[in-house]
Design a protein around this ligand. Structure first.
Ligand code: PGA
Ligand code: ZN
Length: 424
């Protein structure tokens, strides 16, 4: 295995126009890999630390000069000469930081180097990234969860829930799933235009109209699916990310954007139950807040047999938090965001733990993204089966779908596409 010759980080812009870390890892023999780090807005309390300068006179406090200096001055000298072996490199990154939450050097510093190492190693072996990471068995293309109506922290509208997604799980192949998703997206645009609602988009490329209610969003999705000539549920289902940690207030939840009505955990669970009967919903992410463990337990007991319940803020891609959740019977799936934990090796350990407990893995982007499509390869490499990477709009979102289209073409007849949601 080739040795690391050079590690370098620089600041680039993310899709919200804030700086983020990009790292280059160069190996002896000439192979090199580059990777950029995404950034969330509705972040979980227990995520690894995204190191920001906090200097209000530059980049509104969001500068990353300290994270970059940590790569160039601390990580680089310690990694040069080391073999580009992922586990070895990640173990070194973790020990150089030395904290539980990557708060010393920053998860953004560590992750850029960790992912760039994977790319460099794949380049050295002249293997596509998904195959370098997943071997010959890496043939499952993920079902896309496309966020076509944005609310919550990702849009300036009246929707308190953050994401209304379409899930073309019934398609015969990944490229056909993308076509169906895009056709529904465009049908939705047409409906909004006809109702004189804005078709301006939110951070993840979904429309961000001022709707009267969450139900109106769900009705619009069903209608869009139908007007694209598809059957809601059978062809294209619906998924939600309520991002309920953002709505938590004392022992309950408040819909602040829609006027301030309060809900208890039981009220929300009853609402979801009702929606799951009325709409073809197959997946609900962060239906309750990250600290509402009792609520999560009853949510899982009531709906877990029928619907995918995804823990995002609840688990933060953290194997220990996931293990605790599995032991306590919380959720039945986990959202996987590489920057919530900070290294590729830890991400994969969390995914393996989930799979062992029959929890599904949903690989995910962040609301602040770059054109880096690493997660597309990761989803295929790990046979995750699902990817959430926004609407089919905005280049930082389409970069992931486009990479998956390339992978599907490369795999040709070996490519598999399977619905995790098909009803018996
Ligand atoms: P974030 O949102 O990237 O702003 O955290 C995505 C999500 O909550 O899934
Ligand atoms: Zn989420």
């Amino acid at each position: 295995m080739a040795k690391i010759e050079r590690v370098h980080a620089r600041a680039i812009l993310d899709s919200r126009g804030f700086p983020t870390v990009e790292a280059v890892v160069a190996l002896a023999g000439g192979a090199r890999g580059t990777a950029a780090v995404p950034s969330g807005a509705s972040t979980g309390e227990r995520e690894a630390v995204e190191l920001r300068d906090g200097d209000p006179t530059r980049w509104a406090g969001k500068g990353v000069t300290r994270a970059i200096a940590n790569v160039n001055e601390v990580l680089a000298p310690a990694l040069v000469g080391l073999e580009a072996d992922q586990q070895l490199v990640d173990a070194r990154l973790i020990s150089l930081d030395g904290t539980e939450n990557k708060g010393k050097l920053g998860a953004n510093a560590l992750l850029a180097v960790s992912l760039a190492t994977a790319r460099a190693a794949a380049a050295a072996s002249r293997t596509p990234l998904y195959r370098a990471l997943g071997g010959a068995a890496a043939t499952l293309l993920p079902v896309p969860l496309m966020n076509v109506i944005n609310g919550g922290r990702h849009a300036d509208n009246t929707l308190d829930f953050q994401e209304f997604m379409i899930v073309p799980h019934g398609a015969p192949s990944f490229p056909e799933a993308i076509r169906q998703g895009v056709e529904v997206y465009h049908a939705l645009r047409g409906q909004l235009t006809r109702r004189s609602l804005t078709t301006a988009v939110g951070d993840e490329g979904g429309f961000a109209p001022a709707l009267e209610s969450h139900e109106q969003a769900l009705d619009l999705l069903e209608e869009a699916i139908r007007s694209a000539g598809l059957e809601p549920g059978r062809d294209v289902a619906i998924a939600l990310d309520c991002a309920a940690s953002e709505l938590a207030d004392g022992d309950g939840y408040v819909f602040r954007k829609a006027g301030g009505r309060r809900y208890s955990a039981d009220d929300l669970i009853a609402l979801y139950d009702h929606w799951c009967v009325r709409y073809p919903i197959v997946s609900i992410e962060d239906g309750l807040g990250e600290n509402d463990r009792a609520g999560w337990k009853s949510l899982t007991a009531r709906l877990g047999g029928r619907v995918q319940l995804v823990g995002d803020d609840l688990f933060c891609t953290n194997e220990k938090l996931l293990a605790q959740g599995i032991a306590d019977g919380l959720a039945n799936a986990i959202l996987i965001k590489v920057n919530q934990i900070g290294t590729l090796t830890e991400t994969r350990a969390t995914m393996a733990r989930a799979a062992k407990a029959s929890y599904r893995n949903v690989v995910s982007h962040r609301s602040g993204e770059t054109e880096d499509a690493f997660i597309a390869d990761l989803a295929v490499a790990t046979a995750a089966g699902q990817i959430k990477t926004g609407a089919p709009a905005r280049a930082e979102r389409t970069a992931k779908y486009n990479r998956l289209l390339v992978i599907a073409e490369e795999l040709a007849a070996a490519a598999r596409y399977e619905s995790p949601f098909r009803r018996a």
